[in-house]
Write a protein that binds this ligand. Structure first.
Ligand code: FAD
Length: 308
């Protein structure tokens, strides 16, 4: 069996595998796709100490770093089930979609998350060329330009407040008749002079010129289609953790985030979690990497305390 089995090879899982292997532990990494969401990212400018890089380049660097160590990489495999040990100290096991089963003393869950999409024409075509999901990541690319934010929950309103300080104008679009964000955030948003709010507004198409996005078609409450001239849209309608397969095992929030403590410990002893799949606030590469390192060190601490 593995001492530490890491599920997911995004930034969090890769960091966990490197930290585990450096402790001389028998380490396995289930890597459906090295890099995770990083593979879907064009420019990255906030991975500290690397001024500028691209998603596939950073993903390749994560893989190369992992492969420098004695890590058993189980490629192109997804995990389907988690079976926790019957008592502390016994082995946990996971079942892969192929039907194979892997046993381990500790497990680190790092299966990440994905942004809910608008699912309208043009969204895929102009992703990273106007269509964005992360204001902390891509906000500065829209300096002095008009943008829209889709979604009137806390994330959408926070994004609009954030972007109002960078872009020339922000239009917040909410499909329901009212915003759902906390009152305090809504008040802050309404106090800003370069923000407009449209409720009952449904985005039906991302428009572009073949090279980049040029605007949005938005249907208003009366059913009339309007054209909104914006250079970007930040889609803030939900970040969904990839944790459905854990239903009925470890504790998760109502949003599906794995509940972890400050050391990445879950509700089951010996099972840890890291990165976007967890309750750790602020979903970022640098944070996922730190989280992965932390979970591996916590798993190491757990292992050295096991009797026998
Ligand atoms: P992920 O990167 O999501 O990796 C999880 C991995 O686990 C994936 O490979 C997934 O396929 C795999 N997996 C899922 N389920 C299973 C399963 N059942 N079995 C096996 N494997 C599974 N952050 C920044 O800091 N800067 C940026 O500029 C930036 N830009 C972004 C741009 C976009 C378009 C997106 C989508 C995100 C961006 N982010 C950025 C956020 C950043 O990518 C994430 O915070 C980070 O990748 C999270 O790392 P993670 O390892 O927790 O999860």
């Amino acid at each position: 069996p593995f001492d530490i089995l890491v599920v997911g090879a995004g930034p969090a899982g890769s960091a966990a595998a490197v930290y585990a292997a450096r402790k001389g532990l028998r380490t396995g990494l289930i890597a459906e796709r090295f890099g995770g969401q990083v593979m879907d990212t064009a420019g990255i400018e906030n991975f500290i100490s690397v001024r500028e890089t691209e998603g596939p380049k950073l993903a390749a660097a994560l893989e190369a770093h992992v492969r420098q160590y004695d890590v058993e990489v189980i490629s192109a495999q997804r995990v389907r089930e988690l079976h926790a040990a019957a008592q502390p100290g016994a082995l946990h096991h996971v079942v892969l979609e192929s039907g194979a089963s892997l046993r381990a003393r500790t497990i680190i869950l790092a299966t990440g998350a994905h942004w809910r999409h608008l699912n309208v024409p043009g969204e895929e075509e102009y992703r990273t060329r106007g269509v964005a999901y992360c204001p902390h990541c891509d906000g500065p690319f829209f300096k002095g330009k008009p943008v829209a934010v889709a979604g009137g929950g806390n994330s959408g309103v926070e994004a609009a407040i954030d972007l109002a300080g960078i872009s020339s104008h922000v239009t917040l679009l909410e499909r329901d008749p009212a915003l759902r964000a906390d009152r305090l955030l809504q008040d802050k948003l309404r106090s800003l002079s370069n923000v407009s709010i449209m409720t009952n507004a449904v985005i039906t198409k991302v428009e572009g010129n073949g090279t980049k996005m040029t605007g949005l078609t938005v249907q208003d409450g009366s059913g009339t289609a309007r054209y909104l001239d914006v250079d970007g849209v930040f889609v803030q309608i939900g970040l969904l953790p990839n944790t459905d397969w854990l239903r009925g095992t470890i504790e998760r929030t109502a949003f599906g985030e794995i509940i972890v403590d400050g050391r990445g410990m879950t509700s089951i002893p010996g099972i840890f979690a890291a990165g976007d799949a967890t309750t750790t606030p602020y979903k970022q590469i640098v944070i996922a990497i730190g989280d992965g390192a932390k979970a591996a060190l916590a798993a190491f601490d757990y292992l050295i305390r096991l009797p026998g």
